[in-house]
Design a protein around this ligand. Sequence first.
Ligand code: SF4
Ligand code: SF4
Length: 252
Amino acid sequence: MGDVFFVPVSNGEDPSGVAKKVKYLYDHSRAGDRFKKGDFIAVKTHFGESTNTTHIKPVIVKVIIDKLKQAGTLPFLTETSTLYKGKRSNALDHTALAVEHGFGFDKMRVPLIMADGLFGDDETPVEINGKHFNKVNIAAQIAKVQGVMVISHFTGHMGTGFGGAIKNTGMGLASRRGKLKQHSTLSPQIDTGACNACGMCLEWCPQDTISMVDGKAYIHNENCIGCGECLAVCKFSAVRFNWGRESRVLQE
Ligand code: SF4
Ligand code: SF4
């Protein structure tokens, strides 16, 4: 485990002020020392959802990119497609959203290259011989670069409890197949007593594996990929996961 460095930042603080602190943090922690001149560095961050503003702001990410450039490395912004529906589920929509949020070349002065291709299936299997998987499927461009700089914001996550740098790397740099493997043990059920048949889960399920049966949502688990979208959109707490048992593989 390496050293951990902190700088205090207050809620609502101006991003340009935070950027100055991050610059200080970068210098003080010597975060860039491990990269060499000429190394291709994938700068992985989350460009934000279309419906919220909770992502690291471009001005802060740019400070780190500028530092990497000054050191003679070749940084580029990168991300992967999500399993769930929405504006981050393929490269075209995702990059358009990133530009909308200020991560375009005009502002960042580096390109944005989706690491897993147009549809999330550009991947490289990597042997790890781990506890749950012998091989993992990671986004193809990540397997080619000399370094990765991960810039993450703090967020709660239904499967892992907390989403930070480890999740941003482990899940965020996996290809679609890699993400599916991680979620494969999650198997939601509908509490028919709580379901009011609003249809939101049917609308958002990326697998279209939920239908109405006798006036209640029903999940056909054989096609479920365990993404948790149904849980996220249900306002009636009618979707149940057995987190204690089923999320263990995902967390480990
Ligand atoms: S979102 Fe919830 S309440 Fe609505 S249909 Fe699905 S399970 Fe039922
Ligand atoms: S049923 Fe729920 S967890 Fe399964 S694929 Fe659909 S939205 Fe994802």
